[in-house]
Design a protein around this ligand. Structure first.
Ligand code: GUN
Ligand code: FE
Length: 449
């Protein structure tokens, strides 16, 4: 093993504070750590500063080539946005005055229909990938639109700018009031197959397709079933929405009277697997959460969206107690912010609202919210064997955070311990504090373009 190490060349070595989450510890701090990244972008070793001489011999790097972090800096894992609509970035920060179903018909579908136009798609998709990377989203799970070619373009842009991404061409053959924004079941299936084939042919290292039925109300049972089969035959990721808003849940129950629940509709169509991520789940019963747990399907908590569209509150404590995999999502543009730091804050706000309503409720801690934004997201997307925290063999997806960056949003009055620095960053920080972003060892921010 040691011999194998010695022959592995090292690309970068960093020295300083590492902060990450593990299944056992929501926030684990390693001060004065040494971390080596190989040319394949994977973490080659993690050691202590005092081991510099030994490690430099073992891994053949020069101690003078080590990048030293400053006093108020630390590395944390890149954040994972488990649910974001790339086309909706074009109207983020507006149109927050209607509940879900009216919001979809009045704002969302008309805007999404414009993404047939590849030059419009190129502009919006470049901006959303740039903006989210800049804000520390190293992995994003995207909904695109029904248009195959512009969905493929989103994959190309993510690959080019260096973001890890799951990209879904949206499928919808039902209940759409917008004339030019719907497909027949045949079109939906054929175009989904074409999308998956073409995207996989590109052999992007970090961009993969995800089967994307929009939600039950947009899809016939036949389409849901065929998509479940397609995902199963090709071992693909699946994403959709579930139990976001009370009216939606009621209509789903009316449309599928033979299913025990909303969750059961997806389950019956083979859409709940350990590579499935469902957004929201605000109104799920204990039985439905048990079905998530049993199938290995995960939830994406999108608190900004749930508040902005007055959809409901997800009880994260209940989800965690049921041992359902859980990540955070921005759900742009139902959520108005594309920043995962906002998702962390809104998740904490939502949990505090639940505590105001019921003082027995055990409020989410900032440490737990940090874990959800990083390791939790990687688990929700079944990527935790590759990303989510700092472990030898995982890809180096990381943010270099400077809490006291000049001109930044945080005043440090006195010297603080790393965990306090993390808390300040999560609550008060923004993209000015994220001085470097790495995805699979590649420095993507500052951009080299
Ligand atoms: N349910 C179905 N489509 C959507 C969407 O675009 N956004 C949200 N928040 N919920 C949905
Ligand atoms: Fe959504």
């Amino acid at each position: 093993m040691a011999d194998a190490h010695r022959t592995t060349p090292i690309k970068r070595v960093f020295r300083g504070t590492l902060i990450h989450a593990t299944p056992e510890e929501a926030v684990q701090v390693r001060e004065d750590a040494l971390l080596g990244v190989g040319p394949d972008g994977k973490i080659t070793f993690i050691g202590e500063g005092k081991e510099l001489n030994r490690l430099s011999l073992e891994f053949s790097f020069s101690p003078t080539a080590v990048t030293q972090l400053e006093k108020h800096e630390f590395f944390m894992p890149g954040m994972v946005d488990t649910h974001i609509h790339a086309p909706q970035y074009s109207y983020a920060g507006t149109a927050l005055d209607l509940p879900l179903l009216d919001w979809l018909n009045k704002y969302t579908f008309p805007v999404e229909s414009r993404f047939k136009d590849l030059s419009f798609a190129q502009d919006v998709y470049t901006r959303v990938v740039r903006r989210t990377l800049r804000n520390g989203t190293t992995t994003a799970c995207y909904f695109a639109t029904i248009h195959t070619d512009s969905s493929l373009l989103l994959g190309h842009i993510a690959d080019n700018l260096g973001q890890r991404a799951l990209v879904g061409k949206v499928c919808m053959d039902m209940n759409n009031s917008v004339k030019h924004y719907k497909e027949t079941i045949q079109e939906s299936l054929e175009e989904t197959r074409r999308f998956i084939t073409k995207l996989l042919e590109k052999k992007y290292a970090l961009v993969k397709p995800v089967v994307t039925p929009r939600f039950v109300l947009s899809c016939s049972g036949a389409l849901l079933g065929q998509l479940g089969q397609l995902a199963k035959n090709n071992n693909l990721h699946i994403q959709s929405h579930i139990s976001e808003n009370a009216e939606e849940v009621k209509i789903v129950k009316e449309l599928f009277p033979d299913s025990a629940s909303y969750t059961d509709v997806y389950h019956k169509h083979n859409l709940l697997t350990n590579k499935t991520v469902m957004a929201h789940g605000c109104h799920l019963s204990d039985e439905e959460l048990a079905l998530f747990r049993d199938t290995g399907a995960s939830l994406s908590h999108c608190p900004n969206s749930n508040l902005s569209l007055c959809s409901g509150f997800l009880n994260v404590r209940k989800v965690l107690n049921h041992k359902v995999k859980l990540g955070l999502g921005t759900d742009v543009a139902g959520g108005y912010s594309a920043s995962m730091l906002d998702a962390v804050r809104r998740a904490l706000d939502t949990s505090k609202i639940l505590t105001i309503q019921d003082p027995e409720h055990e409020t989410l801690t900032f440490e737990e919210a940090f874990r959800l934004a990083t390791l939790g997201g990687s688990q929700a997307l079944s990527l935790d064997d590759q990303i989510g925290n700092f472990e030898v063999g995982k890809d180096f997806d990381a943010l270099r955070v400077n809490v006291a960056v000049p001109g930044g949003p945080i005043d440090l009055i006195q010297h603080e311990q790393p965990k306090i620095l993390l808390e300040k960053f999560l609550n008060l920080g923004d993209d000015r504090n994220i001085v470097e972003v790495y995805v699979a060892g590649r420095e993507v921010i500052p951009s080299k373009e």
